[in-house]
Design a protein around this ligand. Structure first.
Ligand code: NAD
Length: 486
């Protein structure tokens, strides 16, 4: 029986979701230096837009040389006192930050979605809780640092840290950088990405609310030029960078002549292996989460999907069917699966790779998913079938909702194809056979290997890459070691 609405019935009028209320956004934001929001000495500001609508959200300061120098000076001044505070006192600040992030979670999630374009369900259920979790986790470490270091002893901080982060997980990357640094007694100058500075600035407000001593964290907004000033400043004892491999290499070169510690969390080209004995429906779901989460703008995305030949046809049919059910559109809608691409240049870059794939002989399979909005930056979830290991899209990081489908026939071929990459950040394995799972995991050259799941994170678990995906770890005891002099 089909239920119909009588013609006279009023249209359904749903109550607005709590996330529909927009947080206040000031017209202009200064830099956060020495515990205060200050005007940039450079006098420069840049626009920040909503990538789903192209609306200008606000203007943020573009830090110049004198601004970065002032931030380093404030962090240097604060360093001694902060590092001498007993661990259990530092912990209280980290706990307060985490709790305040939870209290302001809705505001942070909406702001993240407005600024980044990611679906609200991801910022609400992923980015914000994960960020608070990092502060909670590291709060617990503050007075137990001697247990983090092999051989014991009371380890000290590295000193003043310059931290440069990308736009794909703006708040989470800030939390991954700041929480371990502060727990270990370091002070920080954080440089958010030019397109997504808003949640880092809101986090700075939280730092003021919890009375974090001035100078312990400073936030300098700006573009690549500001990033260069941070990477090049001689006052840092450590530079922690997350971003592209290309920029990572430039920073390593810029720092080569100075005694500065480095961590580099760079690009990836994750191999996602599906064996014939896997639970295929779950593997399809894992593959979808692995590449379309956050519009595929994830360093550890499973962008190379390698499926055992005997189930490749079945897998492809199920994948395409699942892709057609993805909802692409308004990131503020709670039912949206795939939101906006973060910028016009990133959208163009993704589309450029799809054109290259077509020219090199791949079959381009775009999901239908209705009409895309006319304003904003969008890409349809796309699968590229018939990709060969030599194709550009199998080798270079696309950083978008585009997956390259390839096949293999034996375990050895699967491992060889997975390892045939300059990158080594993440990999995934789907099989019901645990012996095969352990053997393949051991042979894969990637910093993180997930089995029968993908994109799984925990503040207690180290994350990072090998080869051109960088060096150093974030999270857990290994992540702490990066911020301790031992
Ligand atoms: P990007 O390298 O262009 O920029 C990252 C940051 O560096 C931004 O804040 C930017 O302003 C700054 N920057 C740019 N040029 C600089 C320079 N010459 N010197 C100093 N700073 C400079 O990267 P992106 O486009 O923002 O982010 C996407 C990349 O980040 C992808 O390659 C992705 O794989 C990578 N990423 C890696 C991880 C990881 O943990 N390995 C996590 C997230 C993103």
């Amino acid at each position: 029986m089909t239920l119909r609405t009588p013609p006279s019935a009023p249209a359904w009028d749903y109550a607005p979701a709590p996330e529909s209320f927009r947080p206040e956004i000031a017209e202009q934001h200064g830099l956060f230096i020495d515990g205060k929001f200050v005007k940039p000495r450079s006098g420069k500001f840049m626009k920040v837009i909503n990538p789903a609508t192209e609306e200008v959200l606000t203007r943020v300061a573009e830090a110049g040389k004198a601004d970065v120098a002032a931030a380093v000076e404030a962090a240097t001044k604060a360093q001694r006192k902060w590092s001498r505070l007993p661990g259990k006192e530092r912990a209280k600040y980290l706990f307060r930050i985490a709790r305040r992030m939870q209290e302001r979670a809705r505001e942070l999630a909406v702001l993240e979605t407005l600024n980044n374009g990611k679906p609200i369900k991801e910022s609400r259920d992923g980015d914000v809780p994960e960020s608070a979790k990092h502060f909670f986790h590291h709060a617990g470490w503050c007075d137990k640092l001697r247990y983090a270091v092999p051989g014991g002893g009371e380890p000290g901080p590295v000193g003043v840290c310059g931290q440069i982060i990308p736009w794909n997980f703006p708040l989470m990357m800030a939390a991954w950088k700041l929480a371990p640094a502060l727990a270990c007694g370091n002070t920080c100058v954080l440089k958010p990405a030019e397109t997504t500075p808003l949640t880092a600035l809101r986090l700075a407000e939280i730092l003021q609310e919890v009375d974090l001593p001035p100078g312990v964290v400073n936030v300098v907004t700006g573009g690549p030029e500001t990033g260069k000033l941070v990477a090049g400043h001689a006052g840092f004892h450590k530079i922690a960078f997350t971003g592209s491999t290309e920029v990572g290499k430039a920073i390593v070169k810029a720092c080569a002549a100075r005694p500065v510690r480095l961590t580099m969390e760079l690009g990836g080209k994750g191999a996602h292996l599906v064996f014939a004995d896997a639970a295929i429906d779950q593997a399809v779901e894992g593959a979808v989460q692995g590449i379309f989460y956050n519009q595929g703008q994830v360093c550890c995305a499973g962008s190379r999907l390698l499926v055992e030949e005997s189930v490749a046809e079945e897998f492809r049919a199920k994948l395409l069917q699942r892709m057609s059910s993805l909802r692409v559109g308004d990131p503020m809608d709670k039912n949206t699966d795939v939101g906006a691409i973060n910028s016009a240049s990133q959208r163009d870059r993704i589309q450029g790779y799809v054109q290259i794939a077509r020219k090199e002989g791949a079959e381009v399979l775009e999901s239908g998913c209705g009409t895309l909005p006319t304003k904003g930056f969008w890409c349809r979830p796309t699968a590229l079938a018939g990709v060969q290991p030599s194709h550009t899209v199998a080798r270079e990081e696309i950083f978008g909702p585009v997956v390259a489908l390839m096949t293999f026939r034996t375990v050895d071929e699967a491992v060889a194809r997975a390892n045939d990459s300059a990158y080594g950040l993440s990999a995934g394995i789907w099989t019901e056979k645990s012996a095969k799972m352990f053997e393949v995991a051991r042979r894969l050259r990637a910093g993180v290997v997930w089995c029968n799941g993908f994109n799984l994170f925990d503040a207690a678990s180290p994350f990072g890459g090998v080869k051109e995906s960088g060096f150093g770890r974030e999270g857990g005891r290994h992540g702490l070691l990066e911020y301790l002099a031992h």
